[in-house]
Design a protein around this ligand. Structure first.
Ligand code: HEM
Length: 402
């Protein structure tokens, strides 16, 4: 398989949709009735948490086989549902009373299904963003107003805002995927004019994604995001609350560590890095390792697509060798658009994590600086340093300075 091919079938093989990219097209909303108990909990998660019934309900779920789940879309829905149940069970009311053991009746089917899908047994971006959406009016557009998420978390509208805006940014950026075959074909035929135009089309898609990103302010409240939703997206890797990880009862004898859900698990930005030949390897060991690790949280077909793109001839090298000012300028515009997205993202992270963390620390008297934990992203990184490093590496890829 090669990402260089010019036909749509090749992208389809990588589970990439021509309109919505890495997002799951038309996610299912219902599972076979055998799984009603799972569905009931996931659908009522906020109420069950608030009334203190969630853990009891989870513990009473019978051990179900995953054999009745048919096809990719049912399996993805079940992975999303079990992810919600697991996060809610571990974090409970979000007050620090946590569970370090996932009961066997959930752990066994969850781990089996995860293995089948090639995903880790924790709520991932591919669940809560890529497979957690529907259109209200099926014939209407993919806009915030005409969409909803399938499952909520405490903080209600905050979950909807965060997941849907992420999805809409993802989809806007994904319109660039269909340009990839054009780029490679133009390069193969040494057709500079077409290549230059295709690069400028990529720039438009990235600019569009940035515009969509601005909706975050309208739909996500920083305090709710920081104090409520973020807890349910947290994982058990590099997390001092669960230093050993989570014990999946009946599956493994020792606890396992998995990172929490974040858009760092999105394939789209990594796709642009690879496409433009931006060497995130140069970001240093830990940033690069984190980005690579995040690939293991992506659906295997998407991970495979990134690998295949990496194996394809380098567009950057081609442009460097051509010494064509117009081409170089178009390439630099792509890099700049990616830098702009990452800069905007940094501002968003400051507003939604760094500032609320500082405020919270102030509220707790005596503490001036946020604790290391509170300054961490859900994926467990030292947020600002990591994000600035990644942006810096992007910027350094410019052919011309300034
Ligand atoms: C309230 C909104 C958001 C917050 C608070 C936020 C926070 C973070 C944090 C803390 C990280 C560091 C990695 C981690 O700890 O998991 C991260 C990484 C990342 N986020 Fe976001 N994020 C937000 C929205 C988005 C959106 C809408 C996108 C695009 C779909 C996005 C794309 C990324 C990417 C691609 C990375 C990996 C670093 C990179 O490639 O530059 N984020 N984000």
């Amino acid at each position: 398989k090669s990402a260089m091919g010019t036909s749509w079938e090749i992208l389809e093989e990588f589970h990439i949709d021509k309109d919505i990219g890495f997002a799951l097209p038309n996610p299912l909303e219902e599972l076979p009735s055998d799984y009603d108990v799972w569905m009931f909990i996931a659908k009522n998660i906020t109420e069950l948490i608030e009334t203190g019934q969630l853990r009891m309900k989870v513990e009473k779920v019978p051990l179900l086989s995953i054999d009745k789940l048919e096809g990719h879309r049912q399996q993805r829905l079940a992975h999303l549902v079990l992810g919600y149940i697991t996060m809610a069970y571990v974090w409970g009311q979000g007050d620090g009373d946590i569970r370090k053991v996932l009961p066997r009746n959930i752990a066994i089917p969850y781990c089996k299904l995860s293995e089948k899908l090639g995903l880790p047994p924790i709520l991932v971006y591919a669940d809560c963003v890529l497979a957690n959406w529907k259109k209200k009016d099926p014939s209407g557009p993919m806009t915030y107003e005409n969409m909803d998420i399938l499952f909520y978390f405490p903080g209600e509208d905050c979950a909807k805002g965060f997941f849907l805006v992420s999805l809409l940014v993802e989809i806007a950026a994904a319109s660039a995927i269909k340009i990839i075959p054009v780029l490679f074909s133009a390069m193969q035929h040494q057709d500079r004019g077409t290549l230059q135009k295709a690069l400028l089309d990529v720039v438009s898609c990235l600019n569009k994604a940035l515009e969509v990103f601005e909706q975050i302010h309208e739909h996500v409240d920083p305090k709710l995001f920081f104090n409520v939703l973020r807890i349910y997206l947290s994982g058990w890797k590099g997390n001092s609350q669960l230093p050993e990880g989570l014990l999946y009862e009946g599956v493994w004898d020792t606890p396992k560590k998995f990172a929490g859900g974040s858009a760092a698990q999105s394939s789209i930005f990594q796709c642009f890095d690879v496409l433009l030949g931006i060497q995130q390897k140069d970001s240093g060991e830990s940033a690069f390792e984190f980005l690579q690790d995040m690939r293991t949280y992506m659906p295997p077909a998407h991970r495979g697509f990134l690998g295949s793109l990496e194996a394809a001839p380098s567009i950057r090298e081609f442009i460097l060798s051509e010494k064509d000012a117009g081409l170089q300028e178009a390439y630099d515009k792509c890099v700049k658009a990616l830098v702009a997205l990452r800069s905007y993202h940094l501002q968003v992270v400051a507003k939604y994590i760094v500032i609320p963390a500082r405020q919270k620390a102030k509220e707790k008297e005596g503490e001036e600086k946020p604790s290391a934990l509170e300054n961490q992203g859900t994926g467990g990184t030292d947020v600002m340093n990591f994000l600035k490093t990644v942006r810096g590496t992007t910027e350094k890829s410019l052919l011309k300075e300034g």
